[in-house]
Design a protein around this ligand. Structure first.
Ligand SMILES: NC(=O)c1ccc[n+]([C@@H]2O[C@H](COP(=O)([O-])OP(=O)(O)OC[C@H]3O[C@@H](n4cnc5c(N)ncnc54)[C@H](O)[C@@H]3O)[C@@H](O)[C@H]2O)c1
Length: 321
């Protein structure tokens, strides 16, 4: 199986490169990354495991020629991760978000459609497509995205899921709606809830929490996202369709309760300024679990890991007698 990973040098991609190489039974041929390196995570391409043939194309998904060059004539599976991923910033850069997240995805879909060797496209969608809801949302629930990021991820998802029909079944397509991702990877980014909280708590910058902190959100460890992608490559029952990928639902206060004992410099300020962590929703991951996928890491594991990694800041001062 020759794989192309768009955005493979990012937060999730950098972990996926390791997890794919370590997944038994995948029969990986060449793994190619297409990335424009705008996030400058060059370290994502370092220390990759032996035993897999890696290849890198510096290019942009907004440019159809770059996409076709990266797919070539021998790619079998495309995992499409590249995107502008900052939901908060998407309000002030709507046009740029549309161009990368929707038009870029259309370029991938068209190139896949025209390339006979490709039989699978897996798309990184997001639970942000649901928007604020009451109760627990499933894949059947209505989508009311609250940010341009969510709007354009949803449009991309619709184009991807139309592929089996427009290719008469040659290309199977899967959209995975990832919960908010947390945890360390080589391409770590820190503008999502748990990761930014851990950084701020480590160094003593106050965390901004909207309102009471009781609003709930779905979360998943980055390693479990990579495992879910590897699982889908191996499991034919995921070949067509839409799946939530969730580790656990939790409130902002649940996360603070895990951070507090491990980060002595923690300071919290409550705000009524809208900062996107005011949105409350819970997501049901059982559709993918029922096929045999199960996340292995918890919020507690992820926060323990950050406490250890930021140890220079989180260790209690040594008492001097
Ligand atoms: N991290 C999360 O919490 C989360 C949650 C749900 C869904 N997702 C989705 O998962 C995917 C990967 O997210 P991530 O957290 O790894 O993001 P990231 O920002 O760390 O990685 C994105 C990668 O894409 C590259 N890229 C951006 N624009 C590009 C372009 N025009 N052409 C080529 N490459 C480009 C970047 O350089 C980066 O390496 C995204 O599609 C995102 O929407 C992420």
């Amino acid at each position: 199986m020759n794989v192309l990973i768009t955005g493979g040098a990012g937060y999730i991609g950098s972990d996926l490169l390791h997890v794919l190489a370590g997944t038994d039974g995948l029969q990986l041929g060449r793994v190619r990354v297409l990335d424009n390196m705008q996030e400058e995570k060059y370290q994502a391409l370092m220390n990759l495991p032996e035993g897999v043939e890696y290849d890198f194309v510096l290019g942009d998904i907004r440019n159809e020629e770059d996409v076709r060059r990266a797919i070539g004539d021998d790619t079998n599976t495309v995992i499409h991760l590249a995107a502008l991923t900052n939901a908060t910033l998407s309000f002030e850069r709507q046009e740029a978000t549309e161009l990368t997240n929707h038009v870029g995805t259309q370029n991938i879909v068209r190139a896949v459609q025209d390339t006979p060797s490709v039989n699978r496209l897996i798309y990184a969608s997001t639970t942000s497509v649901y928007g604020p809801t009451s109760g627990i949302v499933t894949e059947e629930s209505e989508c009311k995205p609250a940010s341009p990021y969510g709007v354009f991820k949803l449009k991309g998802e619709q184009d991807v899921l139309a592929l089996p029909k427009v290719t008469n079944g040659r290309v199977k397509s899967t959209a995975l709606r990832f919960a908010t991702v947390y945890g360390y990877s080589a391409g770590l980014r820190v503008h999502t809830v748990v990761n930014i909280f851990a950084f701020r708590a480590a160094v003593g910058i106050p965390l901004e929490v909207f309102g009471s902190g009781e609003q709930k959100r779905p979360y998943i460890h980055v390693r479990d996202v990579a495992r879910a992608l590897a699982f889908c490559l191996k499991e034919p029952r995921t070949e067509d369709g839409l799946f939530n990928v969730v580790g656990q639902n939790g409130s902002v206060n649940d996360i603070l309760a895990l951070i507090e004992p491990r980060f002595p410099k923690l300071k919290v300020v409550h705000t009524n300024r809208e900062i996107l962590n005011q949105i409350s929703y819970e997501v049901d991951g059982s559709k993918l679990y029922s096929l045999g996928y199960s996340p292995e890491l918890t919020l507690e594991d992820g926060i323990n890991e950050f406490a250890r990694l930021y140890g220079a800041f989180t260790r209690q001062p040594i008492a001097v007698a």
